[in-house]
Design a protein around this ligand. Structure first.
Ligand code: NAD
Length: 417
């Protein structure tokens, strides 16, 4: 895994799609670079009185189609290249689903599990203050990602608002509903994964009822995707956290697993009806659908051949490397790619922002039905272009996304001055 640079993945994918689109390098060269990158050193007062300094980032890959948009990650492996890749994926994700945003991403290199609540608040307030000069409701709008939550977004909104002297709800999405958060935002990415899985299954002429599903992850995206897919009749046979996973070929008792996790207990201490497996074993299970919903770089050249699922629905950002993608394509695996399948969250973030700007409140039914329309239409466009050009769904999604971003650049009059 060492030496892996996710931004190289991004550049390779852009080149591949741009070649199919017949673009000249000058038309898309700027997409291989981020527009603006900020690196901050965040000092935090710890509970014992000491001061620790954490590396923080905010990268805006593109604002050609609208303000930058993307989450904030708190994870020990956050680094500049990762944030840059994640920000580019946001540009293409927003373009695929046709919402008026560019792409951005932020992160802090920290293990949030080692911080107290007070230290988390201190970190969030100081990091927000340090990135405040480049964020704003018309500039760059953060949201939750790995290791952050609605509560953290509430602190971010408050800090930014204190600096401005008035409450600015639209500076961040994924807030608690009581603070202008969209109802349904917490579940939105997992809901989008479920909708994408259903669309992939239907496009292949199959039925979700009784299909076996392995979900990698146990966080916001993974747990909601698992619950909603089970509600649609799929059998969730495996799930995992960062350390280990659970497997039951007859279907896991999700209620019991979720209750175990509620108490922040690791899955390895689960004593219910399931076999303990590793994350690597989960990825290689003989299932109908594999939904990687944890972090990037999980399906790689060294393990792609072991994948036995026929359908992969990527809830995480960048779970499959370019090399692994080629191996899976040769094996005939149908992949609903991250920039499509994980777009439910940013889509409902867009709904939240629209509501904040207009001081409106939509019902959960309205949010969910609008989300379904956008996800269904995006899936259909990607499926159709992939069939037409005889390419994978991933390449199809990039064809749509890159075309939209390049056209935006050209309609704005091209590179200025
Ligand atoms: P989360 O923090 O709630 O959950 C992350 C999960 O990943 C946890 O279950 C954790 O145990 C697992 N994990 C962490 N390190 C791991 C490792 N080394 N190996 C295996 N598992 C590991 O985060 P989330 O919001 O559910 O995000 C999950 C993925 O979905 C990320 O790739 C994120 O970028 C992407 N995503 C999230 C959203 C959103 O709205 N939250 C939107 C789009 C995409």
């Amino acid at each position: 895994m060492s030496g892996y640079n996710p931004f190289d993945n991004v550049v390779e994918t852009i080149d591949k799609a741009a070649k199919i689109l017949g673009y000249q390098p000058q038309q898309y060269e700027m997409l291989k670079h981020a527009e603006r990158e900020l690196h901050v050193s965040v000092p935090v007062r710890m509970d014992d009185g000491s001061v620790k300094v954490f590396a923080g980032y905010r990268v805006q890959h593109s604002t050609l189609r609208g303000p930058a948009k993307g989450g904030i990650r708190y994870h020990p492996e956050v680094n500049h290249d990762e944030v840059k890749a994640l920000s580019a994926w946001m540009t293409f994700k927003c373009a695929v689903v046709g919402i008026p945003y560019g792409g951005g991403k932020g992160g802090v290199t920290v293990d949030p599990k080692t911080l107290s609540r007070r230290e988390m608040i201190n970190l969030t307030r100081r990091y927000t203050t340090m990135i405040a000069p480049i964020i704003g409701e018309q500039i760059d709008i953060p949201a939750p990602d790995v290791g952050t939550s609605a509560e953290v977004m509430g602190w971010l909104m408050d800090t930014y608002s204190m600096l401005k002297g008035h409450t600015v709800l639209g500076v961040v999405t994924g807030k608690p509903p009581e603070l202008g958060g969209a109802i349904g935002r917490r579940e939105a990415t997992g809901r989008g994964v479920m909708i994408s899985a259903l669309n992939a299954v239907a496009a292949l002429g199959k039925n979700i009822e009784g299909m076996t599903v392995a979900v990698q992850g146990m966080g916001n995206v993974a747990s909601v995707a698992a619950i909603l897919l089970a509600e649609k009749g799929a059998k969730i046979v495996a799930i995992s956290d960062s350390k280990s996973g659970l497997y039951n070929k007859n279907g896991l008792d999700l209620k019991a697993v979720m209750a175990h996790r509620e108490g922040k207990n690791p899955l390895k201490t689960f004593t219910g009806d399931a076999q303990h497996i590793t994350n690597e074993e989960l990825l290689a299970l003989d299932v109908d659908i594999l939904a990687p919903c944890a972090i990037e770089n999980q399906i790689r050249k060294d393990n792609a051949d072991k994948v036995r699922a026929k359908i992969i629905v990527e809830g995480a950002n960048g779970p499959t490397t370019v090399e692994a993608d080629e191996i899976l394509e040769k094996k005939g695996v149908v992949i609903a790619p991250d920039i499509l399948a994980s777009a439910g969250g940013v889509t409902v973030s867009y709904f939240e922002w629209v509501q904040n700007l207009q001081q409106l409140r939509w019902s959960e039914e309205e949010v969910n039905s609008r989300l379904k329309v956008i996800m269904d239409n995006a899936f259909k466009s990607v499926w159709d272009i992939a069939k037409e050009k005889k390419v994978s769904l991933r390449t199809g999604a990039y064809l749509i996304a890159i075309k939209r971003v390049v056209e935006a650049s050209e309609m704005r009059g091209g590179v200025w001055p």
